[in-house]
Design a protein around this ligand. Structure first.
Ligand SMILES: [Zn+2]
Ligand SMILES: [Zn+2]
Ligand SMILES: [Zn+2]
Length: 158
């Protein structure tokens, strides 16, 4: 497959909008979060599944700023095990603050407590849902913005 000029364009479809692409930490290629005409998942998820890669970084200019997605507690980077949760943080004077952190469901979600943080498992939102990254983290484009008639086939996946 032909590569586009800009370095952060989706390897599958060429979308290059900074908010809409994420980088695979393991092979450094960029992918978008569009499902396009396939029900196999968004381009980044298809790539992660096919290549057995698991770690993803957001673009530095994305709405959330550059951040490697990893568990706040144990630094697990397997995106399929990660989600966001609202935590209550209690400081020394007893004041509480609300925050959102990334946490893994493999080991840490069930703890419901870490140092000065507490949370409820019910507030957990997985990063990967319905074979795409939740679109409030990485927006996906409406189908009409994708190049006409282009579809992902098994030849270019991998
Ligand atoms: Zn794409
Ligand atoms: Zn990769
Ligand atoms: Zn963890």
């Amino acid at each position: 497959m032909e590569r586009r000029g800009e370095e952060h364009n989706c390897d599958y479809c060429g979308i290059g909008s900074e908010e809409e692409v994420v980088q695979c930490e393991e092979c450094r290629r960029w992918f978008c979060n569009n499902k396009a005409q396939t029900n196999m998942g968004s381009h980044i998820i298809i790539h992660l599944v096919m290549a057995r890669h698991r770690e993803v970084t957001l673009h530095p200019h994305s709405a959330h700023g550059q951040s490697q997605l990893e568990c706040y507690l144990c630094s697990d980077k397997n995106i399929f095990q990660l989600g966001f949760i609202q935590v209550l943080q209690t400081d020394n004077s007893g004041d509480t603050d609300k925050n959102v952190i990334i946490i893994c469901r493999a080991a840490c979600l069930a703890l419901e407590k870490y140092q000065d943080l507490t949370w409820s498992q019910e507030d957990y939102n997985a990063i990967v849902t319905e074979k795409m990254i939740a679109d409030w983290i990485v927006p996906s484009s409406p189908p009409e913005r994708l190049s006409c008639g282009y579809s992902v086939t098994s030849q270019i996946i991998g």
